[in-house]
Design a protein around this ligand. Sequence first.
Ligand SMILES: O=C(O)c1cc(=O)[nH]c(=O)n1[C@@H]1O[C@H](COP(=O)(O)O)[C@@H](O)[C@H]1O
Length: 309
Amino acid sequence: MINKLVEKIKKTGAPIVVGLDPMLNYIPEHIQEAAFSEFGETLEGAAQAVWQFNKEIIDKTYDLIPAVKPQIAMYEQFGIPGIEVFKRTVDYCKSKDLVVIGDIKRGDIGSTSAAYATGHLGRVNIRGNECIPFGEDFVTVNPYLGSDGVNPFIDVCKKEKKGLFILVKTSNPSSGEFQDRLIEGRPLYELVGEKVAEWGEECMGDAYSYIGAVVGATYPELGKVLREIMPKAYILVPGYGAQGGQGKDLVHFFNADGLGAIVNSSRGIIAAYKQEAYAKYGAQNFGDASRAAVEAMVKDISSAIEAKR
Ligand SMILES: O=C(O)c1cc(=O)[nH]c(=O)n1[C@@H]1O[C@H](COP(=O)(O)O)[C@@H](O)[C@H]1O
């Protein structure tokens, strides 16, 4: 799957991921109105609104982008109907040939990790009948329980040719509370980065490993050192746009070949119609606003990479 991701990034010229994090307050009134009048002000109604919102954004952007990242919490908040829409979104994106990164941030002890890995990346065997529960291509993993929490995910990736993005240095303001703590003079995130590189060595695609890392766009200066520590890891870089990251800050996350990183924006794309820059589209044409925001993001990041070369 890493080879497909790299190929799609080359083909689209867009090292970006659209984050499908649909909060109800991002969903235009006309979509909510239609969903709630059909299903009532219920979990089903909210899930239906999320689905209609996602579908329009995917339809308007899929030809420009290599990948999407649905964040499962935004679906879980609407219970079972929300989870059904998560799955419907995964399937719909795959039907559009998009690479799907399930942002599930799991991390647990061995046997529980194995069940998470099977559920999201693998197949479950039910009396000889192999079923695919969610079927994402990559998932995000929290490595802080150690190797026996991560290895079950790696095992499933090897078998299914899927991939991981392992949290190394997160974008949030308090990420330094633990992740920056010095251990024998070195920050913890560097040690985790070394472990990601080690896990990735035996999981190589053609040029990059299918064991990738997450490093927040909000700590751009760390791009340089972590890029060196994990030269073969694809780096998922969240924090662009709404959290303040900009193209010019992100050049160190990329290798000299212009590859090696993929930048996520969620609110900045899906709620673009609410921003002044895209207000002319109006809430009715929110999908067109998202498309324009994708085009602007690609231009911003590509020109920064070009300027560095
Ligand atoms: O793993 C992630 O995707 C992630 C890691 C991180 O360090 N920071 C971070 O913001 N994220 C996710 O990236 C998305 C960012 O959303 P926006 O700030 O709206 O672009 C959310 O889905 C977050 O959960």
